[in-house]
Every structure is written in structure tokens, then in C-alpha cells.
Design a protein around this ligand. Structure first.
Ligand code: SF4
Length: 222
């Protein structure tokens, strides 16, 4: 019964290949300002901010980096202080020991192998200590060279609800999305879903009655 309901819903909205374009266009109109919420002024600050944002909010990260980036400007600054000092300076972002270790290791590698610059290729970014695929994807995308699609909790939930994937694993979801979303939109696509996921397609109670995607969504409750 449930299965036929899902099949019926999918039939009603049509194939995902035909829907993805209009979904992106409508969300673009809705969230013209969609983008990263972290504050940074350089590639290094971007990388550090994204590393600090694991398991905490962007608002919290921005609060910490407002003073952190006054003190630490170059990769050398992060390795010049004792580990405990950096831990104290990023304490409020949580998991501060792990994060400090990852940041110091990353800065060391940037100095030794990349002339103190943030590399742009995904395969180089994921080599940096403590930089997982999601972090690398966010950084590459913000540097203007998206090479994948960021899959966070919102992107996962909305992609599933919109019928763009049936997968649970972020890597498999990303693969499905890469096949579906035009390459030129790989950077903006996650921002649009994240903004929509925070405002309308909320995890526990999606506000379908206020959703601009209602006729394009097989999970619509209206
Ligand atoms: S119609 Fe409902 S479930 Fe579908 S995207 Fe909109 S809010 Fe989410």
C-alpha cells in the first residue's frame, strides 16, 4: 500500500531529470542570497572556518574566528604557538583538541608542500590532516572550483524527499546528485537545499503548504 502511494506520487511529479532544473530555478528565485554563512577573508581563513564548523553552528564559528583571525593570519602562526594555546583559542567550537590537532597538521602540510597556499583540487584537499571529503568539497566550491556536491544533513534529507536519491550513504547520494545536477550548479545546489531545509522543508515538520516546490515534490503532504 505504502509502496503504491510512493509510486503514484512519483508518477504525479514526473521523472527527476525533468524536475531538477525547475527545482533549482525556483529555489534560486526564492533564495537569491543563498551562500556560505561562514565569515572569512582569505583561503586560509575559509579552510580553518570550515574545519572548525564540524559539529557546531556557523554562528558559533564566526563568533570564535572574529578574534581568532586577528591573531592567526598565516599558516606559520598556527604552528608557532603551543598546541594548548590554539586549543584554548578555539575551545568554544567544541572538539577543540581534535580540531587543533587537525588545523596544526594541515598548516604544517600547507607550509611544507603547498608553499603556504590552500590547494584547489579535491584530491589534494583530502590529503590534509583532518580534512574529509565534505570539508574539501565546501572549500573547493567556495574557491570557485566545485568538483563534487556537498552532502550535509539538509542536502541528504531534501534529496531524498525530492526523489533525487534513494541512498542513505552521503558518498552514494553525492554520486546520484552528480549524475543529475548540471555541473555549473554543483556549487550553488547544496546552498539552495540547505536554505530551503532550514526555512521550509524542516526535518520534523516540513511546511509543504508554504513550499514553492509543491508540484515538483513526490513527498508533498498537501
Ligand atoms: S513539498 Fe514538502 S516535502 Fe517537498 S520539498 Fe517542499 S516542504 Fe519538503
Amino acid at each position: 500500500m505504502a509502496r503504491s502511494f510512493v509510486a503514484e506520487a512519483r508518477r504525479r511529479v514526473g521523472p527527476k531529470k525533468a524536475r531538477v532544473g525547475p527545482v533549482i530555478e525556483r529555489l534560486r528565485v526564492e533564495y537569491a542570497g543563498a551562500g556560505i554563512a561562514l565569515s572569512f577573508r582569505s583561503d586560509i581563513e575559509l579552510l580553518v572556518s570550515v574545519m572548525l564548523s564540524a559539529q557546531t553552528t556557523d554562528v558559533n564559528v564566526n563568533r570564535v574566528t572574529a578574534t581568532l583571525f586577528q591573531k592567526y593570519r598565516r599558516p606559520e602562526d598556527y604552528v608557532a604557538v603551543p598546541p594548548e594555546e590554539l586549543e584554548r583559542d578555539i575551545y568554544a567550537t567544541g572538539f577543540f583538541r581534535q580540531k587543533a590537532k587537525a588545523i596544526r597538521g594541515t598548516m604544517r602540510m600547507l607550509i611544507e608542500e603547498y608553499d603556504g597556499q590552500v590547494p584547489r583540487r579535491l584530491e589534494e584537499l583530502v590529503r590534509l590532516p583532518g580534512v574529509a571529503r565534505k570539508t574539501a568539497n565546501v572549500v573547493a566550491s567556495e574557491l570557485g572550483e566545485p568538483q563534487g556536491i556537498v552532502v550535509d544533513t539538509h542536502v541528504r534529507r531534501l534529496s531524498q524527499r525530492l526523489g533525487f536519491t534513494r541512498q542513505e550513504d552521503p558518498v552514494k547520494i553525492e554520486r546520484d546528485l552528480q549524475r543529475l545536477v548540471p555541473r555549473a550548479d554543483w556549487g550553488i545546489f547544496p546552498h539552495l537545499l540547505i536554505w530551503h531545509g532550514r526555512r521550509v522543508c524542516i526535518a520534523r515538520a516540513p511546511r509543504c503548504e508554504d513550499c514553492v516546490l509543491i508540484d515538483l515534490c513526490p513527498s508533498s503532504r498537501v
